[in-house]
Structures are given as structure tokens and as C-alpha cells.
Design a protein around this ligand. Structure first.
Ligand code: WTA
Length: 662
């Protein structure tokens, strides 16, 4: 491979993965890390002595009491900054309120209809302190779980930070989830309190959050109080004694609430994410280690400067929102733009219009959004002045080189570095990413790991793969923001992450490392798929399908999709008395939407008289995946029990194809 520097890449040869883009010298000059040699130096010193490195990073933050031991490792459990005491809310707000930053905008919120609200650090401090008192008044104590189910409003951020302030454990549930999904997450975490809103605003319509909550709460005995923020002013059912208006309680609350001094390992939050078996996993993060990496990675990857306006278009309901809308930016005293609504409301230039109006300097989004913008047409972009932008980022799935080039050319005007950031709910913060002032980028790769993060691509036996040889992406040394366990299921934690490759954290991703040490993610090796940047377990969708009366058995696989990254294909075997027709297809898709949420709706449903299975009865998803992708099955079939099953599926596939595209 040749590595010619090429900074004027033209869109036409996007499929060449060999081109490299060097950071522009002006950017590098003022960057936190200015060159590749500086990165190498940092990386190698951290690699030699990771604990020394992390201790030096952690000492940049405020601790009520300094730690005694940097890390205790009892495989596969780590404890960081043991004996230390701190508070994340204090580090995100109070430290700034004591400086000139008190009047700096912490959050600039824009509602979908264009409403504007700015909260300075001082104002945010007051609101968070008040809400922390509200929680305490309603019986929430240190260690209690608080579920939060809201749209993207400042109150969501306030609720999260208020929990952190008093040591309550937040469990944010994405506002697009259904009643069943909400109930499941509340019950698994035994949440005592739920914070929600009457409704949320999305694409010009209201989402009836409180109706969903009322349905969910029938099955959640642990919830004692519900606090309802009034966002849409729609009519809702209100249960006296249980439900309380946010504004009523805030009106009575004192604005004095000191941040609790918490043990470094005090649980901070639980966030549910999909795994390869049915039940979602409650990923548990704790205080001191998470703070250290979220704060430090934000500073380096986004090269944050005092005057930046930073915008991450993710939802707070996902890990990206936790680490890079709330904690990372606020720890660094940044100004965060928070947007409530859809990217195409009222039309496809909403984001570019916002960037122009707010003079956004750093923009962080998902490849799936970029692909949707490409489809919508360049004219939506070109009519806006995006010259305020200086840095772009992506997260959530591999970015295809075409999308990368478009982002580079149309949004970044060929001058903004792009940071393609690889990480997971479990890792708490960014693990692999360019440093924008240092790392030459190649479209499609997240490049190199951050200092202190020891990743590798290995074979099943743990030996390193050769350059460009595919293998498992693993982390070889504990890092401060690693998940501590799966809430309530430590066995599953050990099994999922620590039993695939001996002594290493298994990410679930396949990858290869090129000759420059750049890591190319090849996608999941388990049954987790990425749909529009949202992570879903195919088995969750299968369970939802099977819970419908007509369904005997279902297997769900993914196939590549231009827009969404992946699309879901469901192979469904019906019970005898049911007929597979278009009406049932619609019904099943609605059913999945009700069970999990609209993001999980299968794109295609194919009727299968039987599913291909191994002799031991395991569904051969690999064959189905090949069938869904290429219509042809070539791989190893020696373990297949009944070959006629495949032939029948093939015939069915022709028919389904027509019907699904209707
Ligand atoms: C995928 C999102 C390629 C990957 C922060 C990972 C990526 C999963 C990238 C985690 C990237 C995330 N390039 N793939 N830059 N970022 N992924 O937990 O498969 O929602 O394991 O966290 O998304 O998804 P999660």
C-alpha cells in the first residue's frame, strides 16, 4: 500500500481506502496534541505504565479525598482510585461556578419549533441543586435507582445531574421505547422513582410519554413516585399520590444542596443495551473512573477550546449522550448545544440551519444520519454558511468511505478534521479515535487507540493477528471507565466479556489492523446489529415476534442497507392455523414496535415453513444471513439437518421479495 498524502481528495475515487488526510497545520498548531510523534510519546509512556498515566489524568479533577490505590484488579473486576472520594456533578458544574465560567453558557437548548433557552453554569447549578432536593424530599437516597424517561429537554440533563449530585443511580430509558421495554428496565433495576414528561415533541407531532408510562407502571411495583415535567401541555392521566408536577415540586425546593462526597466506586448509572440473548443488559458504570476517562477523552478527541460551541446530535438515552452531551463536555466547562427534535424538521436543512445560526464549531453525529443527508440532496447543505465548523466527529457504526468523503467535502469543506470514534456502552468513553491535531486519517477507520487504552486484534487463543488479518477486537488492560458488571447478573458479565479470549476484554467486534496500526472495524461477530446507529439484539426482536399469537418460531438476521447501515430480516414460521399474508406482516411489524419500539421493526418479513437448524437444534443464522444478503448460500452446510428447508426458503424468498417491497 502506498501512503501518499492527499488533502484534496475528490469524491470520485472514494472507494480507494489508501488515501490519507493530514490534519491542517493551523489546526495542529493550537491542538492539545499537535503531532503524531507527540501522540506516540504519550501512547508509549502510558503503555509502559498505565496506572501512572491514569493517576496523572485523574489528578486533573476535583477529589474530596485522594485515592490510596490507583487500581485493584481481581479479574475480571477492576476498582479505580480506591479509597478516593469525588462527585461527578461537582466536577461538571460546581468547579466552574467558582470561576469566571459561572456566566458562561453551559447548555443552549433549541426546541423543535425553534424555542430557545440558555442555561449558564450558574443557572444549571441552581436548577440541578433544586431538583436534587426534590428527589431527596420524595425519598430518594444515595444508591437508589431513578429511572428517567423523557425527550431531549434541559430537564433531562438536570435530572441526570441531580442524581449524580446526591449519589442516586440514574437509569435513562430512551424516549422511543415502548411500555414493555420501559417496564422491563425499571423492574430489572428496581427503580424507586421515575422522572418523565407529559409528552415529547418529534417531527411536528407529540409522543405521548405519560401514556406509555401509565401502561408500564401497571407492572412496576418498585416505583413509588413519578415526577412529570410539563413539556407539551397535552391532557394526561394523573394519579394522585403517585404523580407530581415537576414545576410544583421545583417551586418549593431550596437551591442549596451540597454535592455528596462519594466513594470513587459508587455506582453512577445503569444504562441498558442489547446483548446477544433476549434480555437487555444493565451496564453499570461507577464514579471516579468513568469521570476520568469521559472528561479526558472529550478534551483530547474534541480538542475543546473555551470559545467552542459543541453539538452532539445523539440522544441522551444512549451512551453517547451520557458521555459526550452531558459529562465529558460539562467536566471541561464547554458550551453544549442541545436539540430536541428530528434532523429533517421542518425540512432537511435543520441541522445546517442550526449550525449556521448557533455558529457551531464542533459537530458529532452518526454515519446513518450522514447517509440520510446525502440522500436528501446536497442543495440542503450548500445554501448554508457552515464556516464556523472546525472539527467533525462520527460514532456508532463503521462509516463507509463515501459517507466519510461527503462529510469531509460538504460539511467540513475539506478543512475540518474528522474524528471517527470507536467505543461502546460498556467502555464508557471513546477508545479508538484520531486525535484531530495529530493523526492522519483514512476514510473508514477509527485509526489508533487513545493513550492508556491497550487494544489489539487477536485470534481466539489470544495471539495477535498479522497486519490485515481479521480477528477479534479486544482490550488487554483494564481502563478506568470500563463497565463494572451487568447489573444483577455478574455471571453474564463474566461470560459475555471475559470468556471468549483468555484474560482479555472481548468487545464483540471483528476487526483488522493495517500496516500502520490503524484499526478497521468489521462489524459485530455476535448477534448484535446496528440499525441506524442503534444497537439491537436480534434475539430481542425474535422474542418479540414469538410473543405474537400467530408465530411459532422466528429468526432475525441483518443485511447491509445503504441508509440504515443494516436492515433487519425476519424469517418467521407461523403456527398451523395461520396464513402468511400482507396483513399479518403489518401486524407483526406493529407488534414488534409495541414490544420494543419502532426502531426494532423488521424491514422484511419472510415466511418460512421451517428454519434451517443444526442437528442439535440451533438455528443456523449464518445461512439465513447469507440468504438475506445474497440470496445464495455458499458456506459450510455440513451441520445442517434438513436440506429441503433451504430449498423451500429459496422459493419463499422470491415471493416475499415482491410483497415486502410493496
Ligand atoms: C459499533 C456506541 C465502527 C461497534 C458508542 C460497537 C462502531 C457498537 C463505531 C457499540 C465506529 C461504535 N466504527 N463501529 N466508530 N462506534 N461502533 O454500545 O460495533 O451503542 O461494538 O455504543 O457500535 O454500540 P453502543
Amino acid at each position: 500500500m502506498c501512503h501518499m498524502a492527499n488533502t484534496e481528495g475528490s469524491i470520485s475515487s472514494v472507494l480507494s481506502e489508501k488515501r490519507m488526510f493530514h490534519p491542517n497545520p493551523e489546526f495542529s498548531e493550537s491542538a492539545t496534541v499537535k503531532s503524531m510523534s507527540e501522540y506516540e510519546r504519550l501512547y508509549h509512556s502510558a503503555e509502559e505504565d498505565p496506572l501512572k498515566y491514569w493517576a496523572s489524568i485523574a489528578s486533573n479533577f476535583h477529589w474530596f479525598k485522594k485515592w490510596d490505590t490507583v487500581m485493584e484488579w481481581n479479574e475480571p473486576h477492576s476498582k479505580w482510585f480506591v479509597g478516593g472520594e469525588t462527585n461527578l456533578c461537582y466536577n461538571a458544574i460546581d468547579v466552574h461556578v467558582n470561576t469566571w465560567r459561572k456566566n458562561k453558557a453551559a447548555i443552549i437548548w433549541e426546541g423543535e419549533e425553534g424555542e430557545q433557552l440558555t442555561l449558564t453554569y450558574l443557572q444549571l447549578h441552581r436548577e440541578v441543586s433544586k431538583f436534587a432536593n426534590v428527589l431527596k424530599r420524595r425519598g430518594v437516597e444515595k444508591g437508589d435507582r431513578v429511572a428517567i424517561y423523557m425527550g431531549m429537554t434541559p430537564e433531562l440533563v438536570i435530572a441526570v445531574l441531580a442524581c449524580a449530585r446526591i449519589g442516586a443511580v440514574h437509569n435513562v430509558i430512551f424516549g422511543g421505547f415502548s411500555a414493555n421495554a420501559v417496564a422491563e428496565r425499571i423492574n430489572d433495576s428496581h427503580a424507586k422513582m421515575l422522572v418523565t414528561a407529559d409528552g415529547a415533541v418529534r417531527r411536528g407531532k407529540t409522543v405521548n410519554l405519560k401514556d406509555v408510562v401509565d401502561e408500564a407502571l401497571v407492572e412496576t411495583p418498585s416505583i413509588q413516585n413519578v415526577i412529570v415535567h410539563q413539556r407539551t401541555k397535552q391532557d394526561i392521566h394523573f394519579q394522585d399520590g403517585r404523580d407530581h408536577w415537576w414545576h410544583d415540586l421545583m417551586g418549593l425546593a431550596s437551591e442549596y444542596c451540597p454535592a455528596e462526597s462519594l466513594d470513587s466506586e459508587h455506582p453512577l448509572f445503569i444504562l441498558y443495551t442489547s446483548g446477544s440473548t433476549g434480555k437487555p443488559k444493565g451496564i453499570l458504570h461507577t464514579t471516579g473512573g468513568y469521570m476520568t476517562h469521559a472528561g479526558n477523552s472529550f478534551k483530547h478527541v474534541f480538542d475543546i477550546k473555551e470559545q467552542d460551541i459543541y453539538w452532539c446530535s445523539a440522544d441522551v438515552g444512549w451512551i453517547t449522550g451520557h458521555s459526550y452531551i452531558i459529562y465529558g463536555p460539562l467536566i471541561n466547562g464547554a458550551t453544549v448545544l442541545l436539540y430536541e427534535g428530528a434532523p429533517n424538521y421542518p425540512q432537511w436543512d435543520r441541522f445546517w440551519d442550526m449550525i449556521q445560526r448557533h455558529k457551531v464549531t464542533i459537530f458529532y453525529t452518526a454515519p446513518t444520519a450522514i447517509r440520510a443527508f446525502i440522500r436528501a440532496g446536497d442543495e440542503w447543505v450548500t445554501k448554508h454558511d457552515l464556516s464556523s465548523l472546525r472539527l467533525l466527529g462520527t460514532v456508532g457504526e463503521p462509516i463507509n468511505p463515501e459517507a466519510w468523503m461527503w462529510y469531509h467535502k460538504f460539511i467540513g469543506k475539506e478543512k475540518c478534521p474528522i474524528v471517527d470514534t470507536w467505543w461502546q456502552t460498556e467502555t464508557g468513553g471513546i477508545m479508538i479515535s484520531p486525535l484531530p491535531g495529530a493523526t492522519p486519517t483514512k476514510p473508514g477507520t477509527a485509526t489508533r487507540p487513545l493513550p492508556g487504552i491497550l487494544v489489539d486484534v487477536v485470534h481466539k487463543d489470544g495471539t495477535s493477528c498479522k497486519p490485515n488479518e481479521g480477528g477479534f477486537l479486544v482490550v488487554k488492560h483494564p481502563w478506568p471507565s470500563m463497565l463494572r458488571t451487568i447489573y444483577g447478573d455478574d455471571e453474564r458479565y463474566k461470560k459475555t466479556y471475559w470468556s471468549e479470549v483468555d484474560g482479555m476484554y472481548f468487545t464483540g467486534d471483528g476487526a483488522r489492523k493495517d500496516e500502520d496500526g490503524y484499526i478497521w472495524i468489521m462489524g459485530r461477530v455476535d448477534d448484535v446489529v446496528n440499525i441506524s446507529g442503534h444497537r439491537l439484539g436480534t434475539s430481542e426482536v425474535e422474542s418479540a415476534l414469538v410473543s405474537h399469537d400467530a408465530v411459532a418460531e422466528a429468526a432475525v438476521v441483518s443485511r447491509p442497507d445503504d441508509l440504515k447501515g443494516n436492515a433487519l430480516v425476519a424469517f418467521v414460521t407461523l403456527k398451523e392455523e395461520f396464513e402468511g399474508d400482507q396483513k399479518l406482516r403489518v401486524e407483526l411489524r406493529d407488534h414488534v414496535s409495541k414490544e420494543i419500539g419502532p426502531i426494532a421493526k423488521p424491514d422484511d418479513i419472510r415466511w418460512a415453513e421451517a428454519l434451517p437448524k443444526t442437528r442439535s437444534g440451533k438455528i443456523m443464522r449464518r445461512l439465513l444471513r447469507e440468504m438475506a444478503t445474497s440470496k445464495e448460500v455458499k458456506g459450510d452446510m455440513t451441520t445442517l439437518e434438513d436440506f429441503s428447508v433451504l430449498e423451500k426458503l429459496r422459493q419463499e424468498e422470491e415471493k416475499s421479495h415482491e410483497e415486502n417491497s410493496k
